[in-house]
Design a protein around this ligand. Structure first.
Ligand SMILES: [Fe+2]
Ligand SMILES: [Fe+2]
Length: 438
């Protein structure tokens, strides 16, 4: 007969992880989400399909919200803040999440994230929710349950994207599959994400087949649209009217869908300054990038609701290209420049759309205006902080804005006569077709 214990003891699965163990795991998840979203942001200009750019921006935002909640939770658990600043024993794991940025091709990137990194996170969250205590760790359960369902959605999307990317570029198939395999075996070597102790902290170097990441000078464009640099005649010809009535409705939707440049700029700068600026930068710029993707989608959905063929919709590159070969501070400056330049027109345009009875354009413009007000604040704050980090005068943020204006006007100066003639023809055809729709 077993001897009665001096104390009250019972098998306690609830007590599997103590407070500090929990914080260690949540810290690991934070760094994984952080590295994953930075990698995804970096790839936005390189992937061509508009749907992927838009959805990647949403997934980045989801990851940033999860990472933010994880970070806050780790602090709540009284984990030393100086330890949260470093990956510690999870170094090799996080290095792999960041290393997927160096994917050799678009399908390789989609497979590496969709078949390896995301499923590993999904499984780790699932295991965590199963094994952790819903009483003591209830606050984590709420947001991690949401993160788990988002991971399932993200995996499904990445799988579809990878499939269609491989179908359009069959020559990249073998390399992409090899890359995904290399990422998976590296993940296994470093112990996976999981909920176990961190097995390895040794730096392991680049994954086999890696290609150093580079920001493209020209962003990739969805072939369903009419490709161009300057997406409406008034961009290159000040005499061309912005228009009113139906022309204004179209112009505004074209502007919105062309905010694709802002999604791309958001992704580039999020990645460029991720290791220079504090966490709050990533959190803000993920939201910023997501907002721009919603503006882009607003325009796309309006055009589709009016049954306009994407092949007749000009999708330009000039704002991105004006700054993409410069210091990335100028892409941040471009966002700030364009939002502060255009924001004053928005309430009046929403009002005009209201007078036309075009509730959808009014609705989109009004929500857009609220986002842009917030973005103007982001732009000013982070330009100043970036200048300060670089040892420059934070008050000089307006010089960045001025230089952006100059970069754009120089780039506009490269417009050829053919480009101007073509965009006038495309715009004229779009307006005429809309006016004569059945
Ligand atoms: Fe916007
Ligand atoms: Fe904006």
């Amino acid at each position: 007969m077993a001897q009665a214990s001096e104390f009250l003891l019972s098998p306690q699965p609830r007590a599997r992880w103590m407070r500090f163990d929990t914080a260690q795991l949540l810290k690991r998840f934070f760094f994984c989400e952080r590295a994953l979203l930075v990698t995804e942001a970096a790839w936005i200009p390189t992937v061509a399909p508009l749907e992927i750019k838009i959805e990647l921006a949403r997934f980045i935002w989801q990851s940033s919200e999860t990472a933010h909640a994880l970070r806050e939770r780790v602090f709540e658990l009284r984990f030393p803040s100086r330890l949260l600043e470093e990956e510690g024993a999870d170094h090799a794991l996080i290095e792999l999440f960041s290393g997927v940025k160096d994917s050799p091709s678009v399908p390789a990137f989609l497979l590496g994230v969709g078949k390896v990194l995301l499923p590993a996170l999904r499984d780790a969250y699932h295991a965590y929710l199963e094994a952790s205590d819903a009483i003591a760790d209830g606050p984590t359960h709420r947001f991690l349950g949401l993160a788990l369902s988002e991971k399932a959605e993200q995996i499904q999307a990445f799988e579809q994207w990878a499939e269609s990317a491989l179908a359009t570029s069959p020559d990249l198939r073998d390399g992409a599959l090899e890359w995904a395999q290399a990422v998976a075996s590296r993940l296994a070597n470093v112990g996976g994400v999981g909920v176990g102790p961190s097995p390895s902290s040794a730096a392991t170097g680049a994954v086999a087949g890696a290609k150093p990441f580079a920001v493209p000078r020209r962003p990739a464009r969805d072939t369903r649209f009419w490709p161009c640099r300057f997406y409406w005649p008034d961009v290159v010809d000040p005499a061309y009217p912005y228009g009113e009535g139906m022309q204004l409705q179209l112009r505004s939707a074209i502007s919105h869908v062309n905010e694709v440049w802002a999604i791309e700029a958001g992704g580039v700068i999020l990645n460029a300054f991720a290791d220079i600026l504090p966490w709050e930068w990533i959190h803000n710029s993920a939201r910023w990038t997501y907002d721009e993707s919603r503006h882009c989608r607003m325009g796309y959905e309006r055009l589709m609701a009016w049954r306009i063929d994407p092949a007749e919709v000009p999708l330009g590159t000039y704002i991105y290209e004006s700054a993409s070969s410069e210091d990335p501070i100028y892409l941040l400056g471009m966002l700030y420049f364009f939002e502060t330049k255009n924001i004053r027109y928005k309430p009046a345009r929403a009002q005009l759309f209201h007078s036309y009875g075009d509730a959808l354009s009014e609705h989109d413009m009004d929500f857009d205006w609220a986002d842009e007000t917030m973005h103007a604040g982001f732009g000013k704050r982070w330009l100043k902080e970036l200048l300060a980090v670089r040892g420059q005068d934070p008050a000089a943020y307006d010089h960045i804005r001025e230089r952006c204006e100059k970069l754009v006007s120089d780039f506009l100066g490269t417009a050829t006569v053919e480009e101007v003639t073509e965009i006038k023809r495309i715009a004229g055809a779009l307006v005429a077709k809309a006016a004569h729709r059945p």
